[in-house]
Design a protein around this ligand. Structure first.
Ligand code: BG6
Length: 307
């Protein structure tokens, strides 16, 4: 599998670069760099046990969950099929790469999961030394409405999960998943998170609704803050993903996950910009001449700051 590395085109970019793959349009790593420094800081986690063999999704990085997040939708396939497919590179320039997946690229089983032709685009951009973005767009070229749930399922490196917290979710309602091995896998609705920050002392798997623009990971072991932003200055025309998923598998689930090292849970947390509660609906193309289809687009930005 060929890795494509994109480096920042900004003069302040220093050693900042990201590694991406056609498989899943997957970004597997992003190194940030402060003040143009060549010493890069790893921000995005990929498992040392990840399997780089399609159709298996790569464990870590930024899996694109589409056309379904987890089991939120009609499909049996957890997180949809986009992360399992071979995408095509459709644009590549300094600091930026665009991958595209269309109806023609997927197999019959996957075609049965969508109403008809579509174009899905992912663009990863290394903005400067400390910021990167992922843009996503979905064009519905079919004659039926296209509805989906989705997430940019980002795995972040942290120095020590027990010295990590996540802020921005206080006061929000969320769906809480029971721990691995429980008799029921049904999530429970919690009306209000009363804690100032989310901390980690066991498996944690929550879907927060209507999150603010910024959710922040406090990586105290590395004295870093990682900001996950769903609205980008100058790009207000893009739709905002309303929800955020926070996940760490802890010990038992890590052991049960073949492509994740038993101890690796200590070194990452997932904070995923998502739309789970409300399905995104892209209207049917309509029959009139020259109308290729309606497009829905979104993006997230990740910024690293020193504490
Ligand atoms: O093992 P997968 O399919 O990549 O999913 C990993 C995790 O993804 C998270 O988004 C879900 O909230 C978890 O429930 C799930 O375990």
């Amino acid at each position: 599998m060929q890795a494509r590395v994109i480096s920042s085109s900004s003069s302040s970019g220093g050693g900042a670069c990201a590694t991406t793959y056609e498989h899943g349009a997957h970004l597997t790593g992003w190194k940030a760099s402060f003040d143009g420094d060549k010493d890069a800081v790893d921000v995005i986690f990929t498992s040392g046990s990840a399997i780089f063999k399609p159709p298996k999704a790569i464990r870590g990085g930024i899996p694109v969950c589409w056309p379904q997040f987890a089991n939120y939708g009609p499909l049996e396939l957890q997180h949809g099929f986009a992360r399992n497919c071979a995408w095509k590179v459709t644009d590549e320039k300094e600091g930026s790469i665009e991958y595209t997946l269309t109806y023609d690229d997927i197999d019959d089983e996957q075609k049965a999961m969508v109403p008809g032709p579509f174009t899905l685009k992912i663009r990863h951009v290394v903005v400067d030394g400390t910021r990167m973005r992922t843009y996503m767009s979905v064009t519905n070229e079919s004659e039926k409405e296209l509805e989906f749930t989705t997430a940019l399922h980002t795995y972040f490196v942290v120095g020590d999960i027990t010295k990590t917290s996540v802020s921005g979710c206080k006061g929000l309602s969320y769906l809480d998943a029971p721990p691995h091995g429980s008799a029921s896998s049904d999530r429970v609705l919690v009306d209000e998170d009363k804690d100032e920050k989310i901390t980690f002392a066991g498996e944690l798997d929550r879907i927060y609704f209507n999150t603010p623009n910024e959710v922040v990971i406090h990586d105290d072991a590395r004295s870093l803050e990682i900001v996950v932003r769903k609205s980008i200055k100058g790009e207000e025309h893009l739709s905002e993903l309303p929800d955020a998923v926070v996940w760490n598998p802890w010990i038992d689930k890590s052991k049960a996950t073949g492509d994740l090292g038993d101890d690796e849970y200590k070194g990452f947390v997932c904070v995923e910009t998502a739309s789970v509660k409300n399905k995104i609906k892209v209207p049917a193309r309509g029959g009139w001449h020259g109308h290729g289809g309606w497009t829905w687009s979104t993006a997230h930005e990740i910024e690293v700051r020193k504490k």
